[in-house]
Design a protein. Structure first.
Length: 288
């Protein structure tokens, strides 16, 4: 919605750029209504508000309420639409009965003119009904009037935004559910998010401990990985047919694979591997 508010005004102005004399006033009212609502929403997103800003917000809202009648015909509810259709159907039947009674006295040349008149009358009555029944008495319109008073009482509106909760629902719940096998999904969602969180903390720790001159940037991850161990020599060394691949980071570089993708595959392999109750001894000499 924030991105929509930033682009809807120029898009609407471009669409309504060439009105004729009969459309000029309606187009002007529509642009003014949309512009003031956009100004109100953008100013409501400020991190702090002064009395002058609150005054501007209230003035924008007053202009919006004065000009919103231009969109009244588009606020037709399902009940009003059904009532208009029922009225149009009854009116059409009544006009058909009257036409059948007057067919003896009318001429063939007058029938198209009478049909046009009936169509215009039905359209006018439908428009009158919709204009009479439509309204802006909805809870969202009522919320707008409380913004300024809530800012004065509780502070910035952005502190009460639900975007963080919605984003967490998408990343922590939906992605974990898609990756699960839908069997005891709650347990798998918690396990998936826990592994991701632990891996993220580990990567941040590596980034903090690495030196600036001894790191490389991994593409699309926004994080840096050490090219050479900055603290000590690794206890486990990778052995293979490739040269200069003694660490996991060097292996990712040689295979042209992202570090995060490699870690995900390793965690996936660990989860799929059967657990072994036998633990490795603390002394490596006992392995022989």
């Amino acid at each position: 919605m924030r991105n929509l508010g930033r682009c809807i005004s120029p898009v609407l102005a471009s669409a309504l750029r060439n009105p004729d004399s009969s459309q000029y006033q309606d187009f002007k009212s529509a642009l003014g209504c949309v512009s003031t609502l956009v100004d109100f929403t953008l100013m409501a997103q400020y991190r702090s508000h002064t009395p002058d800003r609150l005054f501007y917000m209230e003035s924008y809202l007053q202009i919006f309420h004065r000009t919103k009648v231009i969109f009244l015909e588009f606020c037709t509810s399902k009940a009003t639409g059904a009532q208009a259709n029922r009225q149009d159907r009854e009116l059409r039947e009544l006009m058909a009965d009257q036409r059948a009674k007057e067919v003896r006295h009318g001429t063939v040349a007058n029938r198209p003119r009478l049909a046009d008149q009936e169509r215009v009358e039905r359209s006018d009555r439908r428009a009158d009904l919709i204009r009479r029944e439509n309204h802006f008495n909805c809870i969202k319109m009522q919320y707008l009037t409380h913004f300024a008073s809530h800012v004065r009482r509780f502070g910035s509106i952005s502190m009460y935004s639900t975007e963080i909760g919605e984003l967490a629902h998408k990343d922590q719940i939906k992605d974990g559910y898609r990756r699960s096998n839908k069997n005891e999904a709650a347990r798998q969602i918690l396990s998936h998010y826990g592994l991701q969180h632990a891996l993220g903390i580990r990567l941040q720790t590596i980034e903090a401990l690495s030196k600036v001159e001894g790191v490389i940037v991994v593409e699309d991850s926004g994080m840096e990985r050490p090219t050479v161990p900055s603290r000590s020599t690794p206890r486990w060394v990778l052995k293979g047919c490739m040269k200069n691949t003694s660490t996991l980071t060097e292996l990712c570089t040689a295979l042209d694979t992202h570090y995060s993708n490699m870690m995900e595959e390793i965690l996936h392999f660990i989860r799929q591997t059967a657990a072994d109750d036998r633990r490795l001894p603390a002394d490596p000499a006992e392995l022989g």
